[in-house]
Design a protein around this ligand. Structure first.
Ligand SMILES: Cc1ncc(COP(=O)(O)O)c(C=O)c1O
Length: 420
């Protein structure tokens, strides 16, 4: 079996083992997610620095980083980010309500996503930023957008986007360039000029060139419409570090060196295509949040058959880590287990063979009662949790104020009692 290179520096591993030990003392239960603000702050600072070093914010337009709410929609993260003066991007009524509940003013909220006309009128907030997604949405929301003085933009479906399962087909998001020209005309007839132009390509964008090609496409559209946008919103998609594809390749392999620096260099070359540009907007979810959490599971039973050791754990893919279906993450024993290695599969407790968190050589000395730490669990793990046969995991949160339990493990009442 090919050995996998996740590349975590030793201080990162020590940081998480220390937090996990503390979180286990506080929560007393597994499965358990442990999240920390510190890696989020580090990734944000790294992006800020790469853009400042490239001249953004001085010779070039400034850069605004929106927190992608959907990626890690947990109250302590939103509170922490709001206290730092951060801006937040939401794509649903619940996410908008969550941002408002956690104290974000409308002027610091960007609303994206399809079919917003079905719910956004129920929250008539002054001063939102909104990227329209379709002609029907625009027609329904334009009067409200004018009345409430929204910052208005259009999401474009660029040639670089495709349906991941049928790659010849486009995604369902945004306006095609032809539709966008008609939308801009319609807005102008109402006396409105779009201020932002937006796209989000997909997650784990493989190279900076893909972004550059998408930007060139929207710049051509702006020229054709004689549109001078103030804000270029390139969505998210920057690959996270230390996560590998099923084939064992790092998602950021083709980014060469530091992906924030490569992104900044690409944008430095591209920004001139928008003469009136004031800001570039980023909405990176996975790059910012993936490294900010781990999942801790406990081994309940051990089997050995046909050359594989099987660890049955109290958490796994089906309930806690759906991304393990297409991503490989580092998995580490918390307890010091040494000696010979054996091909080992770590399973969750559900009745699906699918529920396999990891398959790789691990110390043969691992035994029931030990804990495993599944790394990079800070993005799209909480939103994709299931309650399959069991309740939700406990969650511990760590920031400058220390570590605390943010959510109890769901008990039977919580699991069954939601039914009328
Ligand atoms: C509009 C939009 N922005 C940002 C993101 C975050 O993407 P990622 O986590 O790949 O950076 C998404 C993810 O689906 C999205 O739909």
């Amino acid at each position: 079996m090919k050995s996998l290179a996740f590349g975590h520096p030793p201080p990162t591993i020590r940081f998480w083992k220390r937090l996990v030990r503390e979180a286990l003392r506080v929560s007393g239960s597994t499965p358990l997610y442990v999240f920390s603000a510190q890696p989020v702050a580090e990734r944000i600072a790294e992006l800020d620095k790469a853009f400042a070093d490239a001249g953004f914010g001085s010779a070039l337009p400034s850069v605004r980083q929106w927190l992608s709410c959907k990626t890690q929609p947990i109250p302590p993260l939103l509170r922490w980010w709001r206290e730092r003066g951060g801006d937040i991007e939401v794509v649903s009524e619940f996410e908008l309500r969550a941002a408002l509940t956690e104290g974000f003013p409308a002027s610091r909220i960007l609303v994206n996503g399809p079919a917003k006309h079905r719910w956004l009128p129920q929250l008539p907030l002054r001063g939102l930023s909104v990227n329209f997604d379709s002609a029907a949405e625009l027609a329904a929301l334009l009067p409200l957008a004018k009345k409430l003085n929204w910052r208005k933009g259009l999401r474009i479906c660029t040639r670089q986007e495709f349906d991941p399962e049928n790659q010849k087909l486009p995604t369902q998001f945004g306006f095609t360039p032809t539709e966008a020209l008609a939308a801009i005309k319609r807005m102008r007839t109402s006396g409105v000029e779009p201020e932002m132009i937006h796209f989000h390509l997909r997650t784990n964008v493989a190279t900076p060139k893909i972004y550059a090609d998408a930007i060139a496409g929207v710049a051509r559209l702006c020229r054709a419409a004689r549109l001078s946008v103030r804000f270029l919103d390139i969505g998210g998609g920057l690959p996270p570090r230390h996560a590998l594809s099923r084939m064992g390749e790092a998602f950021d392999t083709a980014w060469k060196g530091s992906s924030p620096t490569s992104l900044a260099t690409m944008l430095k070359n591209a920004a001139g295509q928008f003469p009136a540009l004031e800001e570039i907007w980023l909405e990176n979810g996975r790059f910012v949040s993936a490294c900010s959490g781990v999942l801790v599971v406990r081994v309940s039973d051990v089997k050995e058959r046909r050359g594989v050791r099987q660890l049955i754990c109290d958490g796994g893919r089906t309930m806690n880590a759906l991304v393990s279906n297409w991503e490989r993450h580092e998995i580490l024993p918390l307890e010091a287990r040494r000696g010979p290695m054996a091909l080992t599969a770590a399973f969750g407790p559900t009745c699906m063979a699918f529920d396999q968190l990891a398959l790789r050589p691990l110390p043969r000395s691992l035994r029931a009662g030990d804990h495993l730490i599944w790394m990079e669990a800070g993005a799209y793990h909480i939103p994709w949790e299931t309650r399959f046969s069991h309740g939700h995991a406990a969650v511990a949160w760590h920031d400058e104020r220390g570590l605390r339990l943010a959510r109890e493990r769901q008990d039977f009442e919580g699991w069954w009692g939601i039914w009328a």
